[in-house]
Design a binder for this molecule. Structure first.
Ligand code: BTN
Length: 252
């Protein structure tokens, strides 16, 4: 039996789909649903944060957890944080190397973004109806390289043609088991946050803070990550700010 079928949640595997996050939302919006995992080898309409698209060719892993946790809107960040920690660990287990986390939810290897995470949720009267935690990993570099608009910052776990034959199944299994172990324990932040901070590639570094896509950046030093997973920054004029995850992006 395929290792993926031994996970504690049912799993659907697609060769290609528009977006595993969208498919999970469609299932949830139909009504009563089971918590489950959707996994694809390629996406034609991959979705990223802040309304961006997510380049999702063959050679990657595109996974969404469809969940119904009891959570307030302010707690939803725990899902993303746990997903980042679980995925970074899974990547290390597959590659035998140490990946880093760029606040809030990008995973880096050798200075390149190799994974992005997008959590979407529906709340009715502040009660969570469902959450979709979507994770996209570039396992193998595309044969003709990444598109020009991301070529300077995108990377992959392996060069083209060099990934182990079972990398997709292995990585899917590692990510899902690491994440579901944390989820079943109630997403304990006292366990998750120290690992998140230890893996951070931004702490102590100079960054640029962006409030709008394509907007002007503001230089700052990333000083710490607080218990709400906010990034505490000090700007050049000495003022400090705690950045929430919503509309902000940063550049190293
Ligand atoms: C980002 O880097 O902006 C977040 C990217 C999240 C991509 C994943 S791939 C699986 C899931 N399905 C999607 O359409 N998006 C997420």
């Amino acid at each position: 039996m395929n290792k993926l079928q031994t996970l504690p949640l049912p799993i659907k595997i697609f060769d290609e789909i528009d977006s595993t996050n969208l498919e999970a939302r469609r299932i949830a919006e139909e009504g009563d649903f089971q918590e489950q995992i959707l996994l694809a080898r390629a996406q034609t309409g991959g979705r990223g944060r802040l309304g961006r698209s997510f380049f999702s060719p063959n050679g990657g892993l595109y996974l969404s957890f469809l969940l119904k946790p009891h959570m307030s809107p302010s707690d939803a960040i725990r899902l993303t944080t746990a997903a980042a920690v679980a995925t970074a660990q899974a990547i290390d287990d597959l590659c035998g190397r140490e990946s880093g986390i760029k606040w809030v939810n990008d995973i880096y290897l050798d200075g390149k973004k190799i994974c992005g995470i997008l959590t979407e949720a529906r709340f009715d009267a502040l009660a969570m109806q469902y959450a979709v935690v979507g994770i996209g990993v570039n396992i193998e570099a595309p044969e003709n390289g990444f598109p020009a608009d991301i070529a300077d910052r995108a990377g992959a776990l392996f060069p083209f043609g060099k990934a182990p034959h079972d990398a997709f199944e292995q990585l899917g299994y590692f990510i899902a088991s690491e994440f579901l172990a944390l989820y079943e324990k109630g997403l304990p932040m006292d366990e998750i946050l120290p690992t998140y901070r230890r893996r951070s590639v931004v702490l102590g570094r100079e960054i640029e803070v962006f409030r709008a896509v394509g907007g002007e950046g503001r230089r700052a030093i990333a000083e710490s990550i607080d218990d709400l997973c906010r990034l505490l920054v000090r700007y050049e004029d000495g003022t400090c700010e705690a950045l929430g995850t919503g509309e902000i992006s940063i550049k190293l």
